[in-house]
Design a protein around this ligand. Structure first.
Ligand code: SF4
Length: 292
């Protein structure tokens, strides 16, 4: 829980604040950009909510903060905000909120599908917390967990146990040690079912993989994300743990695929036409070749 005595001086006066435990994961700034800003290495509240919609957004940021660094002096109820997750992104894809410090605030997503189409898929893992688990139960539970790589899987074991679902991970992440049930291998894309393809993208880590849904939504883990500052798709050179050369090769491997959404673990979500996304991806690959 946030503590008033740790309130950062960069916060504007008022009820909501960020304290010094903020790890600069960016979640609050994405969820409630009208209230939270980056003041340099951490977040702070630069405007207090003015409407009930803004208040809900700010409290959704509060419940999603991985380090519980956002506080309310009046101790506003965050019950409605907690119930707002998973929140809709596009088609039948939802952002789970409730990020975990164990994965540095990485974002996890839920694909909601009828059982006859294979059922729901949880992409990476949020924090295992009662309000979220209840909402996911109401939305049909989880039939499969897709794990992009080791860094973003937080409470995967608790979700797998609770929902009795298998987890899918690439061999390069040493998944057997994590108790993962379905282990993929090799460098070729693997069709998990009719509308899901796992595409190995080694680079950020040895066994990183992305998930393509309906040839339209690409779940990218820590491989690829949107940069609002550069207004294009980017990879993260400074947190490439395995091989930048491999990651560049893996990025080029995505060029033949069509998608109009990028939903990353870290970095920003972006949607555009498939043609625009292809252009951004081409620019990203070209930039990566010069950034080695
Ligand atoms: S969500 Fe929490 S940890 Fe992340 S930037 Fe905001 S205050 Fe900091």
């Amino acid at each position: 829980m946030a503590q008033t005595e740790k309130r950062l001086p960069e916060n504007i006066e008022g009820d909501l604040y960020v304290d010094s435990t903020c790890i600069d994961c960016d979640a609050c700034r994405q969820i409630a950009p009208a209230m939270f800003r980056d003041h340099g290495g951490q977040s702070s509240v630069y405007r207090q909510p003015r409407t009930s919609d803004e208040s809900l957004q700010a409290l959704m940021a509060l419940v999603s903060c991985p380090t519980a660094s956002i506080g309310s002096i009046s101790r506003r109820s965050a019950r409605d905000a907690a119930r707002a997750f998973p929140t809709h992104v596009t088609q039948n894809v939802y952002f789970c909120g409730f990020t975990s410090e164990a994965s540095f605030g990485a974002w996890a997503y839920l694909i909601v599908r009828p059982d006859e189409q294979g059922g729901n898929v949880l992409v990476d893992s949020p924090r295992f917390t009662s309000p979220l688990v209840r909402r996911i139960e109401q939305m049909g539970g989880v039939r499969l967990m897709f794990l992009s790589h080791r860094d973003d899987i937080a409470d995967h074991a608790k979700f797998a146990q609770h929902f009795g679902c298998p987890r899918v991970m690439h061999r390069g992440e040493s998944p057997a040690a994590l108790g993962v049930e379905q282990i993929l291998s090799g460098t070729d894309a693997i069709r998990i079912d009719k509308d899901l393809q796992a595409i190995p993208t080694p680079g950020h880590t040895r066994g990183h993989q992305v998930l393509l849904y309906r040839d339209d939504v690409l779940f990218t883990g820590d491989h690829l994300a949107w940069s609002p500052a550069r207004e294009t798709l980017v990879a993260f050179r400074d947190v490439c743990w395995y091989s930048w050369t491999e990651q560049t090769r893996s990025m080029a491997k995505l060029l033949p695929y069509r998608f109009s959404w990028v939903l990353p673990g870290h970095g920003r979500i972006h949607g555009a036409s498939a043609e625009e996304m292809h252009g951004h991806l081409e620019r990203c690959v070209a930039w990566m070749k010069t950034a080695g």
